[in-house]
Write a protein of this length. Structure first.
Length: 196
């Protein structure tokens, strides 16, 4: 889990087995909006200076790899005009946002994306909480991006309901995105979403 996040004691965290995930390159013209691209900066590693990465925590942005344009900004109030970006991304960010704000962030992403634009969305898939003494669901992750392998981990506050592919897809479709591709492997998920 990244440094700006509170590190609770291990006894309140439920760790699952480490997973591997490969982030493939994808076509994109113009600037790419990356939500929560601080920390490991996976999309910045993949797409470099084409990326405008936002994170509410400046410390996270300074830790991430050089290349992308870094802006301290809250995903619920994106400071960009309507229809600025043809491509958006989010890599394992929404678990740090909190489920009460997921709809607002998806709505803001949709607002700043161009019609016909695509959002590439990767995140953790967590079942409904089944261990009452555990407050966090933690996925150790080995990320393969370009020629790099990054060992990290992502944790979310563990809820009484599943935070999974169906959960994120339903919210995205509710705010007006169309799902054009979806995949779930172990405790990771991917959605490719289209703005009509």
């Amino acid at each position: 889990m990244s440094d700006h996040h509170h590190h609770p004691p291990d006894e309140v965290m439920h760790f699952v087995e480490k997973q591997n995930i490969t982030i493939p390159d994808f076509p994109a013209t113009g600037p790419i909006l990356d939500i929560g691209g601080g920390g490991e900066g996976i999309i910045g590693i993949l797409k470099g200076t084409q990326v405008i990465t936002i994170d509410p925590h400046w410390g996270e942005l300074t830790e991430s790899a050089p290349g992308p344009h870094k802006v301290q900004m809250n995903g619920q109030r994106l400071g960009f005009p309507r229809e600025t970006f043809g491509t958006g991304t989010s890599f394992c960010t929404f678990g740090y946002i909190g489920d009460a704000f997921h709809r607002a962030v998806f709505r803001e992403i949709k607002r700043v994306m161009q019609s016909g634009g695509t959002l590439h969305f990767w995140d953790i898939s967590a079942p409904a909480k089944f261990k009452p003494d555990k407050r966090y669901f933690v996925l150790p992750l080995r990320v393969h991006v370009r020629d790099q392998t990054i060992d990290t981990g992502y944790g979310i506050r563990w809820c009484d309901h599943a935070i999974d592919l169906a959960y994120y897809r339903d919210i995205a479709e509710h705010v007006g995105f169309e799902t054009i591709e979806q995949a779930s492997t172990g405790h990771t998920l991917f959605l490719k979403l289209h703005k009509r």
